[in-house]
Design a protein around this ligand. Structure first.
Ligand SMILES: [Zn+2]
Length: 498
C-alpha cells in the first residue's frame, strides 16, 4: 500500500511536471522542412517559439499541441525549407543611405526607370539622384543600359547609377551636359565614353578613368541637424531590413561601431539582428582597460549587443599588391607586399591584449602575414597560457601549406569570406602564380585539417546575401549575380569602412 502511494505520487509528479512543461507557444511554424543543424535530429517538420527562444522542435502534430487559439501565431510553411538565421562573421554593417536606389539583381531595365522616377519625385530640382549595383548581364536583353532609360523621368536632376563592379556608371543627359561631355569628347587615357555606333552620341555609360570627368552640377539639399539625425536613424532601419531580407540574424562588425545607437534600436523594438562590435587592437593598456569596462557593459553572454573582438591589420590586399608575401609577386617581382606594422609591434599588441582576456582578430591576406599572425598567437599561448581565446585571422587568404595545420592546432579561427575567391580569381593567379594560388582561399583544406571556420561576406565590399558566399564556397564559381561583383565598394554607406 505504501509502495502504491509512493508510485502514485511519483506518477502525479511526472504528470504535473509534463503538464507544467507544456508551454503555449507564441509562434509555431508547421509543415516545413526544418534544418536544425543538430546532428542527432537533423530535420524536423515544425518549430515552436516563445519570446526569444525556440522551445521545441518536432513533427507538425507534436508542435501543434503547443498552439493555443488566439494566442499562438501559426505559420504554415507549406513544405518549404526553414533554416536557422545566418551569422555574418565579418561584415561592415552600418546605416545605409535611404535615398540610394538599390538595383542589385534587377533583370528588367524598365525597373530602373520606375525607381529613378520615384526618387526624383522625392527630391528637389538639381539634387543628385544616385544608386547602383545594376548588372546588365542579368538584364533579360543583356544590353548595356542607356541614358534614354532615365532621361525622360529626370529632366531636372543629375542621375548617377553605378554598375555592380563600380567600374562603369550610367548617367543622364543632365550630367553629360554639366560635365561638358559630347559626341566630340575623346576618351581619356584608361577610360571610355561609350558612344552610339550610329549617331556617335554618348550613351550615358562612362567607364573607368572617364568617370573622373563627371561633374554632376548638383545642388545639395540643406538639412538641419535634426533632419540629418533622422536620416541616419532611417539608414540603420534600412540596413536591418536588408539583413532580415537575407535571413541574417546576427553580425560581427570588425572594429568599432556605435554601441549606443544599437542600444536605442533595441529599446525601440527595431533591432532584428544581434550585433558584435569590437575595437582596434592596441598594446596601450590604458585603452585596453577602457575596453574591459565596455566589455562589462556589453558582455559576451548578452543575447543582443556584445563586445566582440579587437581588430588589427597585418598587411594589405592581393588586388592592390600590398599583401605581405614570403616571395615577390609573380607579376611584379620588385615587391613582396608590405607589413602595416613590424612583427614585433604586432606581437606586443597580441600578447598584451591576450593577457587581458580579449578575443583578437587580425587581418592577414599574404602567406607571410598569416604566418606572422600565427606566430604571435603561438607566442601568446606560450607566454600567457592556453585558454578558450578563439583568436581569429580575418581573411586568411593565402597560406603556406605548412601553416594550414597550425590553425586547428592553435585553435585559431580562419574568418573567411568566400565571395573574395570569385571576385579575386580574375587577378589572383596572375599576381601570386599557380603554385601559391593552391594555398589561397583554402577553406576546405582548413576544415579538413580540423580548423573551425567562420564565414562572412565583408559587405559592403561584397553583397550581404550569404547564399552568394555559400555558393562560392562550394563551387568556387560566381553564383546569383553573374558575372561576379568584383570590387563592389558601395558608395552608399553613410559611414567610413573600418
Ligand atoms: Zn572587411
Amino acid at each position: 500500500m505504501k509502495n502504491l502511494i509512493i508510485s502514485l505520487s511519483i506518477l502525479i509528479m511526472i504528470i504535473s511536471a509534463s503538464y507544467a512543461q507544456k508551454e503555449i507557444a507564441d509562434m509555431v511554424i508547421i509543415n516545413a522542412r526544418v534544418l536544425t543543424i543538430d546532428m542527432d535530429n537533423p530535420e524536423v517538420q515544425a518549430i515552436a517559439i516563445k519570446g526569444e527562444y525556440i522551445i521545441a522542435v518536432g513533427t507538425t502534430s507534436e508542435i501543434s499541441s503547443l498552439i493555443q487559439k488566439g494566442t499562438t501565431k501559426v505559420i504554415d510553411a507549406g513544405g518549404r525549407f526553414v533554416i536557422p538565421g545566418f551569422n555574418d562573421a565579418h561584415v561592415h554593417f552600418g546605416p545605409l543611405d535611404p535615398d540610394y536606389i538599390e538595383l542589385r539583381y534587377t533583370t528588367d531595365p524598365s525597373v530602373i526607370t520606375q525607381k529613378v522616377k520615384a526618387q526624383v519625385a522625392r527630391s528637389q530640382p538639381d539634387e543628385l539622384i544616385k544608386g547602383g549595383h545594376w548588372e546588365h548581364e542579368m538584364f533579360t536583353d543583356k544590353k548595356w543600359p542607356t541614358k534614354e532609360l532615365i532621361d525622360k523621368v529626370s529632366p531636372n536632376n543629375p542621375v548617377m547609377l553605378s554598375r555592380a563592379d563600380g567600374h562603369s556608371v550610367l548617367v543622364n543627359s543632365y550630367v553629360l551636359k554639366a560635365s561638358g561631355i559630347t559626341k566630340d569628347t575623346p576618351d581619356p587615357f584608361g577610360g571610355v565614353i561609350q558612344k552610339d555606333p550610329v549617331t556617335g552620341e554618348p550613351t550615358g555609360i562612362i567607364k573607368e578613368n572617364a568617370q573622373k570627368m563627371i561633374k554632376t552640377g548638383e545642388t545639395k539639399r540643406p538639412r538641419t541637424s535634426e533632419e540629418e539625425k533622422a536620416r541616419l536613424w532611417n539608414g540603420y532601419i534600412l540596413a536591418l531590413k536588408e539583413a532580415r531580407s537575407y535571413g541574417v540574424t546576427s553580425v560581427q562588425i570588425p572594429g568599432a561601431a556605435d554601441f549606443e545607437v544599437y542600444k536605442k534600436l533595441k529599446k525601440d523594438g527595431e533591432l532584428t539582428c544581434r550585433i558584435d562590435i569590437g575595437r582596434s587592437l592596441t598594446a596601450d593598456t590604458l585603452l585596453l582597460k577602457n575596453y574591459l569596462k565596455l566589455e562589462k557593459m556589453y558582455p559576451k553572454d548578452d543575447n543582443w549587443i556584445r563586445f566582440g573582438y579587437l581588430k588589427g591589420f597585418m598587411d594589405g590586399t592581393i588586388g592592390s599588391g600590398t599583401a605581405l608575401m614570403f616571395e615577390p609577386f609573380t607579376d611584379n617581382p620588385s615587391t613582396s607586399g608590405l607589413a602595416l606594422v613590424p612583427y614585433q609591434v604586432m606581437e606586443k599588441m597580441i600578447l598584451t591584449a591576450d593577457k587581458l582576456g580579449f578575443q583578437i582578430g587580425v587581418h592577414a591576406i599574404g602567406d607571410k602575414a598569416n604566418n606572422w599572425v600565427l606566430n604571435a598567437y603561438e607566442k601568446a599561448v606560450k607566454e600567457n597560457g592556453k585558454r578558450d581565446s578563439r583568436h581569429r585571422v580575418e581573411h586568411a587568404q593565402t597560406l603556406q601549406t605548412s601553416d594550414i595545420q597550425r590553425f586547428s592546432r592553435l585553435g585559431v579561427i580562419p574568418s573567411m569570406q568566400p565571395t573574395h575567391c570569385i571576385s579575386d580569381k580574375k587577378f589572383c593567379e596572375k599576381r601570386i602564380g599557380n603554385e601559391r594560388a593552391k594555398g589561397a582561399y583554402a577553406w576546405k583544406s582548413l576544415a579538413d585539417a580540423g580548423a573551425k571556420l567562420a564565414f562572412g561576406t565583408d559587405y559592403q565590399v561584397e553583397p550581404l546575401n550569404p547564399m552568394e558566399g555559400l555558393y562560392a564556397a562550394v563551387t568556387r564559381k560566381t553564383g546569383l549575380a553573374k558575372p561576379v561583383l568584383a570590387g563592389t565598394l558601395s558608395r552608399r554607406s553613410l559611414w567610413r569602412m573600418q
